[in-house]
Write a protein that binds this ligand. Structure first.
Ligand SMILES: [Zn+2]
Length: 230
């Protein structure tokens, strides 16, 4: 198996292709599995308390999910529109700055919850990562995340790297789905990527969203520094 096999998820554009379009982001319905919605709600409840989350759900027009989280299964029934509505409501409630920190933490907590389940699906447990050099661990971890989303959900992600850093890209994205924002808003993904890299390497890597489809970008593009912060 070559590195390209490891880090190119099914459905993504080939590595190095910077000129794709993403008409998929304009489609009317895209979905996550139910449990991705569930993990996010559970994480938000942990961060905001039940009343805080209920208020956000009401604001997002998602009161039907109050005390009624999506079931813990892989049926693709939790829509990107729902996910974007919650992200928007959190931004409306806590402001652009306040919501950023919250959503980052929600991404980290969600990933921690999901890790056992999704790594089993992706087969990462068999890769013997503990003995590998750090840069390989980073590539494999990012590739597993991209491949997992691309396989079990409608989020199409791909991984590459250049002199700037490792590049993680969403060609379809739930967080900015049909939103129009003035600064990159896909903070949950930043939290997920930060946490998965910490899990894989024991180090903290800086993850920065450099382009966002909510701002008209061709993809949501996250750059990961090659050298960890600590
Ligand atoms: Zn996005």
């Amino acid at each position: 198996m070559s590195m390209n096999d490891i880090i190119t998820p099914p459905g993504a554009s080939p590595l190095g292709d910077n000129h794709y379009n993403n008409p998929r982001q304009a489609s009317t319905d895209l979905y996550y599995p139910n449990n991705m919605g569930r993990f996010f709600f559970v994480a938000m409840e942990e961060l905001l308390g039940k009343n805080g989350l209920n208020a956000v759900m009401n604001l997002a027009g998602l009161s039907r999910f109050i005390n009624n989280y999506p079931p813990n299964n892989l049926e693709k029934k939790f829509s990107f529109a729902n996910y974007a509505a919650i992200n928007q409501a959190i931004e409306d409630f806590y402001g652009v700055r306040g919501s950023k920190g919250l959503l980052l933490r929600a991404g980290k907590v969600s990933l921690a919850r999901a890790l056992t389940e999704y790594t089993a699906i992706a087969g990462v447990g068999n890769l013997g990562m503990r003995l590998m050099p750090q840069n390989i661990k980073v590539k494999i971890a990012l590739g597993v995340v991209a491949r997992t989303f691309s396989t079990i959900s409608d989020q199409v992600s791909k991984v590459s790297d250049n002199e700037q850093g490792y590049i993680y890209e969403n060609e379809t994205c739930s967080m900015c789905w049909h939103r129009s924002v003035s600064s990159p808003c896909c903070h949950v993904a930043v939290g997920v990527l930060t946490e998965v890299l910490h899990w894989a390497t024991g180090k903290n890597f800086r993850v920065t969203e450099m382009a966002c489809m909510g701002m008209g970008g061709p993809s949501c593009r996250f750059v990961i520094d090659k050298t960890p912060i600590e």
